[in-house]
Design a protein around this ligand. Structure first.
Ligand SMILES: [Zn+2]
Length: 351
């Protein structure tokens, strides 16, 4: 099953994960692409495969935070799309810059190989071509085609404090300095939650000061794989303009996120309404479904017991593609094999 064709005038959001990782691709029509984080399985770097499939060149590449499950393949994307002889074609490259330049110190801070590679790739391009440098300061507005991106986090003082802790060699939860983005296009609002958490750090409370209407969105990439610590009810409560927003979870297998027990995680998100999709289950990539799935929350609560046959045949899998028309019509959803539509017990869309 190849990746779906894209409708030329639609905004497209394509979420992948896991192989290992979480990748969001956004295409603002006709051809302004953004790569947020990364994901891979087997030999495949999903961003490279998908961009190549669509004949795309990224205009923006963003590493939301220095965690291994978001870094996979980011260095490869940067390597391919920053040709030395054509710097004018380079994407803007965004990252919260870690302190110092001591790779050993960074490794000591439990940073994995993909993360170190991603950071090194970003830093080297920033040096070679300062025009590509995007420091992702909170409040920044960046254009992606005719869409506007706004940086929602981390708040400047939190960022400064955490970078200082980092410089001093103290460990802290890097999700606190995760870059969440709001993309506005025509009257649509797409909230890309990255791994920004509410606890610790009050990340979503801070972002809600910047934009009190974050609950007014057409699509939410649920923050931090739907962990309860990342959820804020004011972000999840649908507003009048979009009574049935889309929610996409990219699971995190090692930490078994999201959880599905009553009142927390995915269950809490679904209880607010909207329509929810998972790009896969919180399990190893090899054990993801080879089919498009629809499951109830009750089934998902016992997801460990679900056995798929066939299992995934790898890329392109574990994705949800959302295609949004410019005129206000309903978004169209295409699920890849392995992805799950969360349905109510009657088999209809989630309440
Ligand atoms: Zn993560």
């Amino acid at each position: 099953m190849p990746l779906p064709d894209l409708t030329p005038d639609h905004l497209v959001v394509l979420a992948f994960g896991p192989g290992i990782g979480e990748l969001i691709l956004v295409r603002v029509p006709p051809d302004a692409w953004m790569v947020v984080d990364g994901c891979g399985a087997g030999e495949a770097c999903y961003a490279v495969e998908a961009l190549t499939h669509y004949g795309a060149r990224p205009r923006i590449v963003l590493l939301t935070h220095p965690h291994e499950d978001h870094s996979l393949g980011v260095a490869k994307v940067i390597d391919i799309w920053t040709p030395r002889d054509r710097k004018e074609t380079w994407p803007r490259i965004g990252m919260v810059l870690p302190p110092g330049d001591d790779v050993a110190a960074r490794s000591a801070d439990f940073m994995g190989g993909a993360t170190l590679q991603a950071i090194a790739a970003v830093e080297s391009r920033w040096k070679e071509s300062p025009a590509c440098r995007w420091e992702v300061n909170v409040g920044d507005l960046e254009l992606l085609g005719n869409a506007a991106l706004r940086v929602l986090s981390p708040r400047a003082d939190v960022r400064a404090e955490k970078i200082e802790q980092w410089r001093m060699g103290r460990t802290f939860n890097k999700n606190v300095i995760s870059t969440a983005l709001l993309l506005s296009w025509h009257k649509r609002r797409i909230l890309l939650g990255s791994d920004l958490v509410e606890e610790p750090g009050n990340g979503w409370s801070h972002s809600l000061v910047l934009d009190p209407d974050l609950g007014d969105h057409d699509l939410l990439k649920v923050p931090h794989h739907g962990s309860d610590a990342a959820l804020h009810d004011d972000v999840l409560r649908p507003r009048i303009r979009v009574p049935d927003p889309l929610r996409i979870f990219a699971p995190f297998s090692r930490k078994r996120l999201p959880k599905f027990s009553p009142g927390v995680g995915a269950n809490r998100v679904v209880s607010h309404g909207g329509t929810s999709y998972l790009t896969g289950l919180p399990r190893r990539h090899e054990e993801q479904s080879g089919r498009i799935e629809a499951r109830t929350l009750t089934e998902l609560q016992a997801h460990g017991a679900i056995k798929f046959n066939p299992v995934t045949s790898f890329f392109p899998d574990c994705y949800v593609l959302v295609s949004i028309p410019p005129d206000g019509g309903p978004p169209l959803i295409e699920q890849g094999p392995g992805s799950i539509h969360v349905v109510s017990p009657s088999g209809e869309a989630s309440p």
